[in-house]
Design a binder for this molecule. Structure first.
Ligand SMILES: NC(=O)c1ccc[n+]([C@@H]2O[C@H](COP(=O)([O-])OP(=O)(O)OC[C@H]3O[C@@H](n4cnc5c(N)ncnc54)[C@H](O)[C@@H]3O)[C@@H](O)[C@H]2O)c1
Length: 393
């Protein structure tokens, strides 16, 4: 047991330590935002990427609204010389919530891309639940080792066709700085590797593994998260190497849907501040402007995840576009919202960035990813950092 006072130390948007009490409070705040339904039965769900961002929100919304049982998979580091990762602490808090709510939800800390992880998780599913109703795939990873070939693929954040320079946001002593970030053109090899990491191959392998072991319940549905975004971020995201991976993921949904007994979608979610998105040049500035334009109308990951579950369970009619994708991002791509964001994007300078963009909100959101800046937490108090990974008896 080690109690310490934890302060945010790090560079850029990366912090070396996370705050356990802050992470726990954040999970409590998320659960409090979900209004419960009374389902006839408790669906069984697998959530891949359950410790953070959209996967965490989907896990909490599923638990709190529909009383799901199941398994969450993520890849986090436990406490050592530094604290554990924030996702480790958030998982511990989510497990505590699930237990208090009377749900049977297990958490596995392992590489989702590995066949050994799939075996372990599916053994658990077979033993505990017999089969699954839902698979939510919300992984964001910089690399993937294909266990069948041993090849390591690296994902690239590069453009396709021509280089691109974007406005971007950074912070110096907490003060926003308007910067520029230049993105190089991805080679064909780099595009192919990005597709290997963030495209649909591993999602397919999860569905294959479940089907081979006859672990799919009737009406099985699976969703993988995708992003479209604004024309302001288009050259970096949707038309870039990561966009090629998203196109592959969306194609994979179509292929999976053709199988008997599988309903597969991608869900287009809106921009959110997460560990994955804050690493993408330009996205921080874009999100800061979006929040300035939308304020409280910006749909949070938990609000979108409630909508996702309502649409998956049939409580609401699925909001599908002409490509069969679930659209949870309509608020973001509303033409009036985009026009307002573009106007501010063009107008932002070093002198006005603090007022034209919601820079202070964005800075605090990044800190909250690590459990800092959370209301109701005493940051001068010692907090227990040796939190164990949750095990379910
Ligand atoms: N953040 C956004 O603005 C945004 C918008 C739309 C869609 N999305 C999509 O949502 C999905 C999740 O992204 P996020 O922003 O929530 O990311 P995130 O960084 O908050 O979460 C990523 C999750 O993946 C897990 N993970 C990473 N590598 C893993 C591995 N090898 N094995 C098991 N788990 C692993 C992490 O532990 C974490 O739980 C992605 O597909 C992303 O493109 C994000």
């Amino acid at each position: 047991m080690t109690e310490r006072v934890i302060k945010p130390v790090g560079r850029g948007f990366l912090f070396l330590d996370s705050h356990p009490a802050g992470c726990e409070q954040l999970v409590r705040d998320l659960t409090a935002q979900v209004e419960a339904r009374t389902p006839d039965k408790h669906p069984v769900a697998l959530v891949i990427g359950s410790s953070s961002g959209y996967g965490l929100a989907a896990t909490i919304a599923g638990l709190a609204r529909y009383g799901i049982d199941g398994v969450g998979v993520s890849f986090e580091k436990g406490p050592a010389r530094r604290t554990a990762t924030a996702g480790w602490y958030r998982t511990a808090a989510t497990a505590q919530y699930a237990e208090q709510a009377g749900r049977k939800f297990h958490f596995v800390n392992a590489d989702a891309f590995a066949d050994t992880t799939k075996d372990e998780v599916l053994d658990l599913v077979a033993k505990e639940f017999g089969a699954v109703d839902y698979l939510i795939y919300s992984v964001a990873a910089p690399r993937r080792v294909d266990p069948r070939t041993g090849t390591t693929y690296q994902s690239a954040l590069k453009t396709i066709g021509a280089p691109y320079t974007t406005k971007s946001i950074a912070f110096e002593d907490g003060e926003p700085q308007l910067t520029e970030a230049s993105l190089d053109v991805a080679t064909d090899e780099e595009i192919a590797e990005t597709v290997q990491v963030m495209g649909g191959e591993d999602w397919t392998r999860w569905v294959d593994a479940l089907a081979e072991r006859k672990l799919l319940n009737d009406g099985f549905s699976t969703v993988a998260l995708t992003y479209i975004g604004s024309e302001l971020t288009g050259p970096i995201y949707r038309q870039g190497s990561i966009g090629a991976a998203k196109a592959h993921l969306e194609q994979t949904a179509k292929e999976l849907s053709e199988r008997d007994g599988v309903r597969a979608f991608t869900s287009v979610n809106g921009a959110a501040v997460t560990q994955a998105s804050s690493a993408i040049p330009g996205i921080g500035l874009y999100v800061s402007l979006l929040h300035k334009v939308l304020g409280e109308k910006m749909q949070t990951p938990i609000q979108q995840s409630i909508a996702l579950w309502d649409q998956l369970t049939g409580e609401q009619t699925p909001d599908l576009d002409e490509d069969g994708r679930l659209r949870l991002d309509r608020w973001e791509l509303d033409p009036a919202v985009q026009a307002a964001v573009k106007e501010q994007w063009d107008a932002v300078t070093q002198d006005n960035i603090a007022t034209v963009a919601d820079a202070a909100w964005f800075f605090a959101e990044v800190r909250r990813l690590y459990g800092f800046d959370v209301d109701g937490v005493d940051y001068d108090a010692e907090t227990e950092v040796d939190v164990e990974w949750p095990t379910t008896a």
